[in-house]
Design a protein around this ligand. Sequence first.
Ligand SMILES: *Cc1c(COP(=O)(O)O)cnc(C)c1O
Length: 375
Amino acid sequence: MTEQHWPEVYKKLGVKPVINAQSWVTSLGGSLMRPEVLRAMDEAAGAFVDMQHLNRAAGEVVARACGADMGLVTAGCAAAEVLMAASCMTGIDEARVEQLPDTTGMKNEVLLFRGQRNRYDGSFEVPGAKIVEFGVGDSARPYHLEAAFTENTCAVAYVIGPFIKPGIGLEKTIEIAHAHGVPVIVDAAAEIPPRDNLSRFIKMGADMVAFSGGKGLGGPQSAGLLAGRKDLMEAAYLNSLNLDSPKAGIGRPMKVSKENIVGMVTALELYMDTDEAALIESWRSKAKYVARRLEGIDGLRVVIEDTPVDRQGPQPVIYFERGWSGPSPAEIRQTLAEGDPVIHVGGGNEINVVMTNVQDGEEEIIADRLLEALR
Ligand SMILES: *Cc1c(COP(=O)(O)O)cnc(C)c1O
C-alpha cells in the first residue's frame, strides 16, 4: 500500500482495501457507515432484546420515512424481494406461510417486463413463485401486460435502476394491475438519493417497495428496507418473523441481527437529515476535477454525466472515439485494478468514475493513475 490506510483487521487477513469508483456495488462492500451508525450498532450489541418488539419498533421508523402503512428492516433489497413475492402468495394465512416454497393451491405467477430482467430478480422466485415475462425485447405496451394476467397472477413486479428500461412506466403498471386486483411490488434498490424516492412510489400507489440499506442510505451492507400496505406487510412479518410457529418461514435464512436493525434505522434517520444538495455537489466537484485532468487527450471525449436513474450522481464518463489508438477500456480497468492502490472504476465500452464512494483526496489518485493507464 502506498497512500491508503490499510485497516489492521483486513491486513491480518491479507485483504487489501480498494478505491471504489464503481458505486455502491456489493462486490466492493456497498458503502461506508457513518461513525454515528457504528456507535449505535456497538451500543445495540450490549443488550438482549425481544426481537419481535425491536423489529416492530424499527419498522415504524421505516414506515414513517416511506409514508407507508408499515415497514420492516430486511437483510438487503434482495431479501425484501423474497418477502414481497412470498407475501403476495401467502397473505396472512399461516398454513400457507408454513407451506412455502411449495406453492400448491396458491397464485404464484409474478409478472415482470422483459426489459427489466436483472441479476437479482431470481429472488422473487426463491419462495416458489414463477416469473412470467411480458413485453417484446426492450419495449412493452399496456396490452402486453393486460394479456399476461392469468388466474394464477399474484403480483406485478417493477424494477427501477440504472439502465433498466421503464417499459410502460410505474404509473400505468399500477393502474392496470389494480384494475385486475393484483398488487404491484417495486425493487428500487439503488434509487436513494433522492430521498423523495423513499415515499414516491408508495404515493403513486405501489403496494410494496424495497430499497437497499447498504447503498446510498449508508446502512449496514447486509440490510435493506421494505415498506407497504398493511395486509401485505403483516404477511411479510409472518414470512420472516413468525418466531412462535413450529416451522420457521421462508425468510429465516435472511434474518437481521439486532445490531443491523439498529444500524439501519440510525442510518435512515441520519439520511433524512442529510443535506443531499451538498452531498451531490461534493460528487460533482470530484467529477469536475477528474474531467479537467483528462482534458485534451486525442481520441477521448470526457463528459460529466448526471442523468437521473441511470447515472448514480454526477460522474466523468470517458468515451473512446474512432481515433483512439491506446489501450481498450477493459485493459485500462484491468491496469487500475492490478495497481497499488487497487482502483475499481465502472463502464463497459466507456469508463465511468462514480463518485458516490470516492473518499476525499482519492479523486487525485484516480486522476493520476488514469493518466498513466491511458498512456
Ligand atoms: C443492488 C440491487 C439489488 C440487491 O440489493 P441488496 O441490498 O444488495 O440485496 C436488487 N435489485 C437491484 C436493481 C439492485 O441494484
